[in-house]
Design a protein around this ligand. Structure first.
Ligand SMILES: Nc1nc2c(c(=O)[nH]1)N[C@H]1C(S)=C(S)[C@@H](COP(=O)(O)OP(=O)(O)OC[C@H]3O[C@@H](n4cnc5c(N)ncnc54)[C@H](O)[C@@H]3O)O[C@H]1N2
Ligand code: MOO
Length: 418
């Protein structure tokens, strides 16, 4: 007798998964490896930025008080007493009527309080004139104007992106304290599966879920261990799952979670003593997505159907992994778009439609990416977002506003809740 499963709302399922996404602690890593990781401690300014008053232009450092009364008819002259390149320091202060040639980024010499760009001068040998007064502080980049010593700049939990790397480098962080990342196991189950390089034979298909999930992890910068493909044999599959759990922090399996004679994952979870958090979600595709916990490790039983597998990963696995690695914003960015094609299927469950969004002069529009069954592969390939259609709705027509979840965005940028 087939067990009747009770579907739970998507938001509840996400919440259950997230409750079991335990952080793995922190580690120090070299700055050059820190891109894509999550800051484990707040980033405080270790000194002022810039660390000294400096010139924002190539020009002349002067005393502003010496420019009083300058005009087109009455140009004020200056005598050039030397040159300061970036990285160099003036050998003496300036006095009345004097100027240093100064390059962008160079330390402002003592007594100078303004910079005149070369273009604002008429130059002769070792001298120049100007035609307008300058105010105190004009064209100076002030010490601490970008960041003040001790200031909180980035909170713990933030994704380290190229800008964060620049800031860490500015303060001399050769090593960075980041949250540890999980090692994720991937196992594709199904007797019908062939390797990518095998010829098709009747009844068999190539394993597309395994490579797809590896790529979904790759784009998050997550390490994985592939356990390849495994036929639907209960005992050996159970053994493989047990071994994979031993060797990894999170296990993703694909296929074998429905109610078919060879859908062994539910029984394998039972044998292992794993606690099943849910085995049916009120969503399409991916209603059979099953998540279990064993020894504080999350086991994601994603559907074998490619679109369901893909969606299950993005909705449940991705935010859980991001939370384990310390991210404070683990969800996909969400936007509103106008539907540019009809989508006429009824939606008894929340429907996640692989779709294409683009920005037009009239705003953001989105349309389904083609064949939209759970088994679809083609629409995953074409899509760059997922349209969310709430349960209980019938058809959606052109011009209606829909929510879309953006795929492939830099991890950890959004704070999306269903
Ligand atoms: N009696 C019922 N039958 C089914 C139900 C149900 O509620 N009652 N649910 C259907 C839904 S919805 C889905 S989705 C599928 C899910 O099945 P499983 O997740 O157990 O996956 P499999 O049966 O192993 O495979 C489904 C489908 O996907 C293909 N597949 C599997 N693995 C891969 C892979 N690695 N790469 C590419 N394609 C893969 C497989 O050949 C099947 O065609 O169950 C429905 N049935
Ligand atoms: O579990 Mo499914 O809802 O057709 O993908």
């Amino acid at each position: 007798m087939v067990e009747i499963r009770k579907p739970i709302p998507v938001a509840h399922a996400v919440e259950l998964v997230m409750k079991h996404a335990y952080p793995l602690g922190n580690e120090e890593i070299p700055l050059e490896n820190a891109y894509g990781r999550i800051l484990a401690e707040p980033l405080l300014a270790k000194h002022d930025v810039p660390p000294f008053d400096r010139s924002p232009y190539d020009g002349y450092a002067i005393r502003s008080e010496d420019t009083d009364g300058a005009s087109g008819d009455s140009r004020v002259p200056f005598r050039v007493i030397g040159e300061i390149g970036a990285g160099h320091v003036a050998d003496r202060p300036i006095n009345k009527g004097e100027a240093f040639r100064i390059m962008t980024g160079a330390l402002i010499p003592e007594n100078a309080n303004a910079v005149v760009m070369f273009e604002q001068t008429v130059e002769t040998k070792d001298a120049f004139t100007i035609r307008k007064p300058f105010s105190k502080g004009e064209n100076i980049s002030f010490k601490g104007e970008d960041a003040k010593d001790g200031e909180l700049l980035i909170d713990a939990g933030a994704l380290i992106h190229p800008g964060t790397i620049a800031l860490l480098a500015t303060f001399g962080y050769a090593h960075v304290n980041v949250a540890k990342q999980p090692v994720v196991g991937i196992l594709s189950t199904g007797t019908e599966l062939l390797n990518v390089d095998e010829e098709l034979v009747p009844g068999k298909i190539r394993n597309s879920n395994g490579p797809m999930i590896m790529a979904q992890l790759d784009r998050m910068g997550i390490d994985y261990k592939s356990y390849g493909m495994h036929a639907d044999d209960l005992d050996s599959c159970a053994q493989m799952v047990a071994q994979a759990i031993e060797e990894t922090d999170v296990l993703i399996t694909t296929g074998g979670v429905s109610v078919g004679d060879y859908d062994h994952l539910p029984l394998i979870y039972e044998r292992l003593g794993a606690k099943v958090l849910f085995n049916k979600v009120a969503m399409r595709p991916g209603s059979v997505t099953t998540v279990a916990v064993l020894d504080k490790k999350l086991l994601f039983g994603l559907s074998g159907n490619p679109s369901a597998c893909f969606t299950g990963f993005e909705l449940f696995t991705r935010p859980a992994i991001l939370t384990m690695m310390g991210a404070d914003k683990p969800y996909m960015p969400r936007m509103t778009a106008e539907l540019s094609e009809d989508f006429q299927k009824p939606n008894p469950f929340t429907r996640f439609v692989r779709a294409i969004w683009e920005s037009t002069p009239d705003g953001v529009v989105a349309r389904p990416a083609g064949f939209n069954k759970s088994s679809a592969v083609s629409s995953i390939a074409r899509g760059n977002c997922i349209i969310v259609l709430p349960s209980g709705t019938r058809g959606f027509t052109v011009g209606m506003k829909v929510d879309i979840l953006l795929l492939g965005a830099e991890q950890g940028v959004a704070d999306w809740v269903l």
